[in-house]
Design a protein around this ligand. Sequence first.
Ligand SMILES: Cc1ncc(COP(=O)(O)O)c(C=O)c1O
Length: 379
Amino acid sequence: MSIPTKKIQMVDLKSQYEKIKSEVDAGIQNVINNTAFINGPAVKEFQADLEKYLNVKHVIPCANGTDALQIAMMALALKPGDEVITASFTYVATAEVIGLLGLTPVLVDVDKDTFNINVEAIERAITPNTKAIVPVHLFGQCANMEQIIALAKKYDLFVIEDVAQAIGADYTFSDGKKLKAGTIGTIGCTSFFPSKNLGCYGDGGAIFTNDDLLAKKLRMIAHHGQSKQYVHDVLGINSRLDTIQAAILKEKLKHLDEYAAARNKAANYYDKAFANHSKIITPIRAKNSTHVFHQYTIQLVGVDRTKFREQLFERGIPAMIYYPIPLHLQNAYKSDRFKKEDFSITEKLCATVLSLPMHTEMDEETLKYICTNLLELVK
Ligand SMILES: Cc1ncc(COP(=O)(O)O)c(C=O)c1O
């Protein structure tokens, strides 16, 4: 089978841009024409559009997803020594911010099927010092929010959702109530990093909450702790969403659901091609969440992953390992508090996962080429 004419990429932002080029270019040009570079009208407009899309009272735009997490934890007045529980199988930003604020990161294992934080592991890790849980909705689907919210109520904890990889996903509670990922807990945090499902053309992030007082505080903290000009009531940082990025996001938000549908179409193709394969475990869909497939991540069984990945590369197929080293084994986060036996799923996943090309512009020719070659090489 010959290699597709279009280079295979993990994410194809160029082709996506070409389809919305005139709208995006006009949005950028408008910001330049008005020289409204900092906190220009597009920031407020995008904020309002996202509030409507998420059905949340407050969206506070900021500079990136890591800042969003930091601002959230500052607003909740967490103090050094307070413990914050999050998953070990995730991107570093969550644990990094906990550490930076002098809080204690408490890392726990994940579910074998969804790769999301394990609820029993959370409960085992709760102590009198625990103040918050940070579920990361990994790879595009929600953690078990119904049980996490129940735990938070039982132990009086905050829930900060890291929705950087799952914006647009819907979570349905057992009573039928449906909420958007990131609007379920106390605060939701997201990133608009270019490769994210809702990505801009640089850095960007946002914080969501339904709590009016908290929203006011979050906004203040993101703006030097300022309540009015040159009056600083609380310790803050400088974290702004660039107006040009807001103009791009405003346009891209219109397409977010259509992008999720395109990702699901590609995921369904992969699912079908790899169904019942003895060496490939396809991603399992969580019961109460839709999946927006930020990543399509398979687990390899009895396969030399390094060699396999090299062979794929040789055939022009990129594949990434998200994440090769769990946080509890990273030098920056190692601690005697973490016992190897408590992280069996995380460690297994780090050794076996492989993320395949996944984006909004996957065509049938590309999918067919990837699947045919992958099945040939995995034998
Ligand atoms: C789960 C998760 N949280 C936080 C972040 C941090 O976002 P940013 O790179 O915008 O700071 C990322 C990704 O980059 C992420 O994937």
